[in-house]
Design a protein around this ligand. Structure first.
Ligand SMILES: *Cc1c(COP(=O)(O)O)cnc(C)c1O
Length: 227
């Protein structure tokens, strides 16, 4: 067995244990394997071990791998920074985009998504604590942006994504993720139907699951450290 297979098996056990511990429905947390900076061969190994959802950050690198692995049934998630001149490739090649943080980007994705394709799934990236170096909108801007995006064709607003400040303390991690959950709940109370909370990485996935994550994005714990 490869490392990747061992790592995936260990991770699946850890996810199942966390679901149980925190009263989550078994299977309610989906694993996105973040394969940025890793070769297509590593993705193929994970695929053979049963992994079907993969996340990529860098468009050029991602599109090359998506083409190379076109024969495999993979759900591709774009989780990186998104400039407006890159939206066409994202709309064409991906199933999900987790990093939408302005209307203009969503509008372009909607226009560029093929009419005969399944709608592109969208998450709004939220900058929970106004970190200046981080992408995402202020939580207070989410309601308006959600409202605007909801009206666009060919894309479907599914939920929220965040990358909180890395901290060691479990309770602090859980509190930060809880803020994203509360924001999702308030949007749903206002009439949205958001079923997705994309939160939790290798270092804080347990706290994210405790707080209600539906999609965790894990790179290092599957593929090892990046160069
Ligand atoms: C790289 C990355 C991840 C994965 O991080 P790991 O710590 O390697 O698990 C998750 N989400 C985003 C947005 C990333 O850029």
């Amino acid at each position: 067995m490869s490392n990747v297979t061992d790592n995936l098996n260990a991770l699946r056990a850890a996810i199942a244990a966390a679901e149980k511990k925190y009263g989550r429905e078994p299977g309610s947390v989906r694993l996105i394997a973040v394969s940025k900076q890793k070769p297509a061969a590593d993705i193929a190994l994970a695929w053979r071990a049963g992994q079907r959802e993969f996340g990529e950050n860098y468009l050029q690198e991602a599109v090359a791998k998506i083409r190379e692995l076109a024969d495999l049934d993979i759900v591709w998630h774009f989780i990186g920074a998104l400039q407006s001149n890159k939206t066409r490739d994202v709309a064409m090649h991906f199933d999900w985009v987790h990093s939408v943080d302005r209307y203009k980007i969503a509008e372009r994705l909607a226009k560029q998504r093929a009419e005969d394709a399944i709608p592109l799934n969208i998450c709004l990236q939220i900058n929970l604590h106004d970190e200046p170096t981080k992408a995402g909108i202020h939580p207070g801007q989410a309601a308006l942006l959600a409202e605007q995006i909801h009206a666009l064709p060919r894309i479907r607003l599914r939920g929220l994504m965040a990358i909180p400040e890395p901290v060691e303390d479990f309770d602090a991690q859980r509190r930060a993720f809880g803020e994203l959950t509360a924001l999702r709940d308030s949007l749903n109370a206002a009439g949205h139907d958001l079923d997705t909370l994309s939160m939790g990485m290798s270092g804080d996935m347990e706290a994210a699951i405790a707080a209600g994550a539906t999609h965790i994005r894990i790179g290092t714990a599957i593929f090892g450290a990046r160069g």
